[in-house]
Design a protein around this ligand. Structure first.
Ligand code: MF3
Ligand code: CO
Ligand code: CO
Length: 284
């Protein structure tokens, strides 16, 4: 198989220890990142600030989201809060997306479009996904919210296990391990709990653009996918289904993703920085 030679050291420049490690993996046939995926300290500072705004935004959602409110209303509050703090909501007009957030209820896996006819009801499990642009830097995170604070034990367990999937995936991510190590750990935990992992959508590099390399799948095999190197910034955002893994893409609105079997789905997302020792959450 042909693997792209993503890493090189400019002529006349002495390779650093990091260069040597990456070049060794590349020579062995592993997929390594392009140099531009390693963020500069200045970029990391910018993404960190954007992450702080993103966290404030999702905290605000915690207090605002209520039974009887529409998804459209919540989206307008998210939009205004972002502008008031000097940011721009990245989803708005992204590839034609019409709103400032994604709000996905129960059997909606992701990319639920807020509108004025969808009211929050007690017991619903709701993913609110916000991506913030601040001074040109992107931070992307989502959380699950339970309307009225209580749901069925089945849906509660799905929400909890999905958060565990994110945490377990996170622990696997260490320098010079692989994206596939993350996916493998997530897939094992989901399946051990009787759940399935959505395959059509994945995590992604983020920071300078909304979606960058690498693709962070939430399933896979150890030692596959891209090598993880300090300075990379990416999301992990497992979508876990209570039933079967198959999803349906809306042909009407071009965005909404639902489970084929109609059973609930949950998702949690953070933006992470790979450090010398492991992941740091930038959306905490
Ligand atoms: N926030 C989503 C993600 O985690 C992407 C949403 S794209 C949008 O990658 F256009 F629907 F906003
Ligand atoms: Co994302
Ligand atoms: Co997101």
């Amino acid at each position: 198989m042909f693997i792209k030679k993503n890493w090189s050291v400019p002529k006349g420049v002495a390779p650093t220890e990091m260069d040597k490690i990456i070049l060794r993996y590349q020579k062995e046939g592993y997929l390594v990142p392009k140099r531009k995926l390693i963020k500069t300290p200045e970029q990391i500072e910018g993404i960190r600030k954007s992450g702080e705004l993103n966290t404030a935004l999702l905290d605000m959602v915690t207090t605002e989201i209520k039974e009887g409110m529409t998804t459209g209303e919540l989206d307008r509050i998210i939009h205004q809060f972002t502008l008031d703090h000097g940011g721009i909501p990245a989803p708005l007009n992204y590839e034609g997306y019409p709103k400032s957030s994604c709000i996905s209820i129960d059997n909606v896996v992701c990319h639920g479009i807020p509108d004025d006819n969808t009211f929050f009801k007690p017991g619903q499990i709701v993913n609110v996904d916000c991506t913030t642009i601040l001074n040109g830097y992107f931070a992307d995170a989502s959380r699950m919210y339970i309307i009225g604070g209580e749901t069925t034990p089945e849906k509660q367990r799905l929400v909890d296990v999905t958060l565990e999937c994110l945490q377990i995936g996170m622990q696997e991510a260490k320098p010079y391990r692989f994206v596939g190590d993350i996916g493998y750990a997530i897939q094992c935990h989901a399946q051990q709990n009787g759940y399935s992992v959505v395959r059509e959508l994945c995590g992604h590099g983020v920071g300078v653009q909304f979606h960058e390399e690498p693709e962070v799948t939430h399933y896979g095999r150890p030692k596959t996918g891209m090598l993880l190197v300090p300075g990379m910034v990416f999301t992990i955002e497992p979508m876990i289904n209570m039933g079967k893994k198959e999803v349906h893409f809306s042909r009407e609105d071009g965005w909404t993703v639902t489970t084929r079997d109609g059973l609930p789905s949950a998702q949690w997302e953070h933006t992470f920085l790979m450090t010398e020792t492991g992941l740091e959450i930038l959306t905490h």
